[in-house]
Design a protein around this ligand. Structure first.
Ligand code: GA4
Length: 331
């Protein structure tokens, strides 16, 4: 008997798919921030994977659930209501379209500008149609996670023997630090079954342009990272933990010692995934170059000189999956 494959449903026809992978990432470095070994573990993880999981961070589950609950409340509004908070240019509500250059995914999201000087004036996270409660929770969350990122960057500087302990952390703690925050909602996609075993892309493969990003999600899986050998592996979700990802800027500042990790999110057919991500970037005028203290004698920079503003401008002209750093690599 000939089995005819079903036609791909129209609502997902324009979204990319990928081959399923059964590889579960069992080697994820788990860092307990109060462990004396933490610094070493973090640096090794940044070199090998550009990725690690932080536990025992002191952020209460109650607070995390509150923010997640407010996010769900927003995503449950009618499409017409949610559209009043968009389009994301670049901040606001977005549905399926990612960035401005034709990328799409099975995702809807809220993208907030969370620069510290805006947060301190309570002006951050102002998106039309967003509840006061959500705005305040986002501000509080970003301040908390930013502090944790600052501590982690100080541990990295210490472990790498960088004299000035705050050389990295000051970039995210600075009043002018250019950071953003996104709430992603990956709705369940029952039509996925029609894809004859292929997976639907929620958020396509990419690296983050900033210094470091922190992901926290509910219990629905979907996040995958790409290992050095090009294999994609699935990360087991853990709503009680934070997942740290090295961004392009930190790869440059360590002259390639750290890897900015390629990652993506797949859609689930039955469960919705809600994630929150803080992206810690430097001030716009900051020069992004290898730190002299990490370079060995005679070592040359792998990259041309650029500021975060130049990198960001260039990045926003690219497609999601492009290798954005390649334009800044020395030939
Ligand atoms: C990837 C990391 C962050 O989510 C983000 C994304 C941004 C966007 O969604 O507007 C970009 C993407 C991200 C990199 C390339 C450009 C810009 C979409 C896109 C195609 C907010 C960021 O800073 O860069």
């Amino acid at each position: 008997m000939v089995v005819l494959s079903q036609p791909v449903p129209e609502n997902i026809a324009h979204i990319k798919t990928c081959k399923p992978t059964s590889n579960l990432f069992t080697g994820i470095p788990v860092v307990n921030l109060s462990d004396p070994d933490a610094k070493n573990l973090i640096v090794e993880a940044c070199k090998e994977f550009g990725f690690f999981k932080v536990v025992n961070h002191g952020v209460s589950m109650e607070f995390l659930s509150k923010l997640e609950g407010e996010a769900i409340k927003f995503f449950k509004l009618s499409q017409q209501e949610k559209d009043k908070s968009g389009p994301p240019n670049p901040f606001g509500y977005g549905n399926k379209k990612i960035g401005a250059n034709g990328d799409v995914g099975w995702v809807e999201y809220l993208l907030f500008c969370t620069n510290p000087e805006l947060i301190s004036h309570n002006a951050s996270a102002i998106i039309p149609g967003i509840s006061e409660t959500l705005r305040c929770l986002v501000n509080e969350y970003v301040c908390t996670v930013r502090d944790m990122v600052g501590d982690v960057l100080e541990m990295i500087a210490d472990e790498m023997g960088i004299g000035e302990k705050d050389v990295l952390s000051r970039l995210v703690r600075d009043e002018k630090s250019d950071s953003c925050f996104r709430l992603n909602h990956y709705p369940p996609c029952p039509e996925l079954q029609a894809l004859s075993g292929r997976n639907l892309i929620g958020f396509g493969e990419h690296t983050d342009p900033q210094i470091i990003s922190v992901v926290r999600s509910n219990t629905t899986s979907g996040l995958q990272i790409c290992l050095r050998d090009g294999t994609w592996v699935a990360v087991t979700p853990d709503p009680t933990s934070f997942f740290f990802l090295v961004g392009d800027s930190l790869q440059v500042m360590t002259n390639g010692r750290f890897r900015s990790v390629k990652h993506r999110v797949l859609a689930d057919s039955l469960k919705s995934r809600v994630s929150m991500i803080y992206f810690g970037g430097p001030p716009l005028s900051e020069k992004i170059a290898p730190l002299s203290s990490v370079m060995e004698e005679g070592e040359e920079s792998l990259y041309k000189e650029f500021t975060w503003c130049e990198y960001k401008k260039s990045a926003y002209k690219t497609r999601l999956g492009d290798n954005r750093l390649s334009y800044f690599e020395k030939s």
